[in-house]
Design a protein around this ligand. Structure first.
Ligand SMILES: Nc1ncnc2c1ncn2[C@@H]1O[C@H](COP(=O)(O)OP(=O)(O)OP(=O)(O)O)[C@@H](O)[C@H]1O
Ligand SMILES: [Mg+2]
Length: 221
């Protein structure tokens, strides 16, 4: 479902963020992407939802080469992918409810369905007492859960999460992981970038380890 063939990414100003990365992620798999800061984790995720394209090599998602797919198809690709960004990217002038509902508007769900799904996912993430607060009025952990709610509300086939438990206390982190597991058990492919070795050890899923842009190991933790 997701294939990297000899992917290299060189940024104009920076180092080589990915060097000859090859990897396969099956439909329905749950994979951790790990490695030290600067290893290329975020860059890897960006290639999957085509925020960026490789300098050389190919990234194939659902049988489509992301670099050469027509502009018309890009929104369809993104619609199938939920992303939890490392820096959340919440909209500061929208409330918790509006931030999440906005994602459902963008894909053109009927109004009633927008509300139903938004309430559902916010309840699942324990945010129903924060509906009318703005991002700056809620805690870091709550902002993180907003970002997760927004990624999940459109029921994506692929969930990409970049350090999704970075700001959470251990109990909440465990809970969020449980939620990702649940989502995965319903068929969603899940890729999580994280430094958190304890978390990875507890979950015993496949790990793709990056270092200086190269895959240095791929094994079950
Ligand atoms: N837009 C960019 N322009 C130039 N260099 C970049 C850009 N984005 C990333 N890099 C560089 O590419 C390398 C990989 O960065 P990336 O963000 O993928 O690492 P990461 O593993 O996600 O790190 P972290 O754990 O700190 O989030 C780093 O050396 C970084 O400085
Ligand atoms: Mg990163």
């Amino acid at each position: 479902m997701i294939q990297f063939f000899h992917v290299t990414k060189k940024y104009r100003q920076g180092a080589q963020a990915l060097s000859d990365v090859s990897a396969h992620i099956e439909k329905g798999e749950f994979v951790f992407l790990t490695g030290p800061s600067g290893a290329g984790k975020t860059t890897f995720l960006k290639m999957v939802f085509r925020e960026d394209v490789p300098t050389s090599g190919q990234v194939i998602v659902h049988n489509d080469d992301v670099a050469t797919m027509s502009a018309r198809r890009i929104p369809y690709l993104r619609r199938q992918i939920g992303v939890v960004f490392q820096d959340f990217k919440l909209l500061p002038r929208k409330t918790v409810f509006e931030n999440v509902a906005f994602a459902t508007q963008v894909i053109g769900l009927p109004r009633k369905e927008q509300r139903v799904r938004t309430f559902q996912v916010l309840e699942m993430l324990g945010l129903n007492h924060r509906l009318h607060n703005y991002p700056e009025q809620v805690s870091g952990g709550e902002q993180q859960r907003m970002a997760i709610a927004r990624a999940l509300v459109n029921r994506p086939l692929i969930l990409l999460a970049d350090e999704p438990t970075g700001n959470l206390d251990p109990d909440l982190a465990k809970e969020i992981m449980g939620l990702f597991k649940d989502i995965n058990s319903h068929g969603t492919t899940v890729i999580i970038a994280t430094h958190d070795r304890d978390l990875i050890r507890r979950m015993s899923r496949r790990v793709i380890a990056l270092d200086h842009g190269r895959v240095v190991a791929t094994a079950v933790a």
